[in-house]
Write a protein that binds this ligand. Structure first.
Ligand code: BES
Ligand code: MN
Ligand code: ZN
Length: 482
């Protein structure tokens, strides 16, 4: 989706339809720059009050544009950012199949919501039809934004465009099934990105032999059950900047059967989404390349498939991690922490300023927080605050959960340094506590996106979260550093 910006109608002559946002308290004022014939009669006859998300089609009675739609905000000063997605969907769903270009008058919307609303429009426009014979008939290409006063500018639109393409890339990767999107496929996607941006991006791929040489036996304990070999991929963005990098580590389990601790069959198809953390890292790196943000970032993805087989890890097996700590694998379905712990040790070589891992780590996090906010775990109050703020700013929110010392004893093992599960209570927390043992040499936060990375039911599909959050976090850092 492309956007143009202007301060008054008429927009581009080529625009085929006009949407005007209207405040229920200022309906007349919002419309007084438009010549609408018999406006009072129309409003009376239709009893249109511009309530939230109520729309009214003005067909032949507007001289400026044949097809004009009013879309109500309710009282705009009471409008919450979290309601923008619904408005965006109303506009996109009814225009997407019909018009190549539309105009949209945002003037009634509070200016501090303009950027988020544009982002919501791009999110509503996503569709996934790669494996459908009958393709989506989306024709909408350009939205001409009209605002009498706005904080939006070309630089911001460029950033939104970058977030959009990174988020869509993450959604596409997430939606691709396990027979297409497996560890080597994710590595190939990273290599293809590096080819596209040779001056900005350097990609390296570790194979299983290299991992064995490094002593990454927790990672290998997961991938050895699969015929698809595992990969650890690093993507270094903007290495030439003299600055310690932010390192983003993504869980890339391309399919999670649970291994020998096999998952129940019902809904197991959704475990193709278990690589959405890795997808969000790839999406963020792509967005950075497009926006060319002046910041040093390293992405690392831990890509493996978790399968049961004669080669698979048995419950009770003990392995040594790259850090030297030994792990008793009591449940092979707690595999995300196993592929992540060795990757979190490996990335120390980049001397990170801070590390954020992103993982569809626990069903317990979905029970705790549902599908609205991602779980945020970090001992670092300042980092927590920065991530919470970025979440609010990008409409990609997080909620802080504890990673306290008192939970660590739940991971005690009679046979090894640590067990890979912590029992029935506080499952999202004990998973975070497991990772915490491997992150003591740097500032670190963990995002459990098990609930937010995809939707189920009628709207099943990857969301591309938390690409908006991560990009906002990085953009904020550029601002405070420069
Ligand atoms: N990928 C799953 C977590 C998950 C489950 C995400 C359901 C979204 C929906 C993870 O690998 C897993 O299986 N976790 C186990 C951990 C348990 C064995 C301690 C879980 O949550 O059941
Ligand atoms: Mn699992
Ligand atoms: Zn998993």
């Amino acid at each position: 989706m492309k956007f143009t910006l202007q301060n008054a109608f008429p927009a581009q002559a080529s625009s085929e339809s006009l949407w005007i946002l209207v405040d229920s308290e200022q309906l007349q004022q919002n419309l007084n720059t438009y010549q609408i014939n018999h406006l009072d009669d129309v409003l009376n006859a239709t009893q249109y009050k511009a309530g939230f998300n109520d729309n009214l089609a003005l067909l032949a009675n507007v001289s400026v544009q044949a097809n004009t739609q009013l879309l109500g905000l309710g009282k705009s000063d009471e409008l919450k950012a979290t309601k923008l997605a619904k408005l965006a969907q109303s506009i996109i769903k009814s225009s997407q199949n019909k018009f190549k270009q539309i105009s949209l008058d945002l003037s009634a919307l509070p200016a501090d919501l303009h950027a988020l609303f544009v982002l919501s429009l791009t999110q509503a426009a996503y569709g996934y039809d790669e494996f459908k014979s009958k393709k989506n008939e989306f024709v909408l290409e350009t939205i001409h934004l009209i605002a009498s006063q706005t904080t939006l500018d070309e630089a911001q639109l460029k950033l939104i465009h970058a977030v959009q393409s990174g988020q869509n890339f993450a959604r596409d990767l997430g939606n691709r099934p396990g027979n297409i999107c497996f560890p080597e496929y994710l590595a190939d996607q990273a290599l293809a990105l590096a080819k596209q941006y040779p001056d900005l991006l350097k990609v390296t791929v570790l194979d299983e032999q290299q991992m064995a040489d490094l002593g990454m036996y927790a990672f290998l304990a997961v991938s050895k059950g699969s015929d698809r070999p595992g990969r650890i991929v690093t993507l270094e963005y903007n290495a030439q900047i003299d600055q310690a990098p932010v390192v983003l580590v993504g869980k890339g389990v391309t399919f999670d059967t649970g291994g020998i601790s096999l998952k129940p069959g019902l809904g197991m198809d959704e475990m193709k989404f278990d690589m959405c953390g890795a997808a969000s890292v790839l999406g963020t790196i792509q967005a950075l390349c497009e926006a060319q943000l002046p910041i040093h970032v390293v992405g690392a993805i831990a890509a493996a498939e978790n399968m049961p087989s004669a080669h698979a890890t048995r419950p009770g097996d003990i392995v040594t991690t790259m850090s030297g700590q030994t792990v008793e694998i009591l449940n092979t379905d707690a595999e995300g922490r196993l592929v992540l712990c060795d990757t979190l040790t490996y990335i120390k070589r980049f001397n990170p300023a801070l590390v954020i891992d992103i993982a569809t780590l626990t069903g317990a996090c979905v029970v705790a927080l549902g599908k609205v906010v991602s779980g945020l775990f970090t001992p670092d109050d300042e980092l927590a605050q920065d991530l919470q703020q970025a979440g609010e700013q990008s409409l990609d929110r997080v909620w802080r959960m504890p990673v306290m010392e008192e939970y660590q004893e739940l991971l005690d093992s009679p046979f090894a340094d640590i067990a890979n599960i912590g029992g029935p209570y506080g499952g999202a927390i004990t998973a975070a506590c497991f990772l915490e043992r491997f992150t003591r040499d740097y500032r670190w936060a963990h995002l459990d996106v098990a609930g937010t990375a995809w939707l189920s039911g009628a709207t099943k599909g990857a969301t591309g979260r938390p690409v908006p959050l991560l990009m906002q976090f990085l953009a904020n850092r550029v601002q405070t550093n420069g």
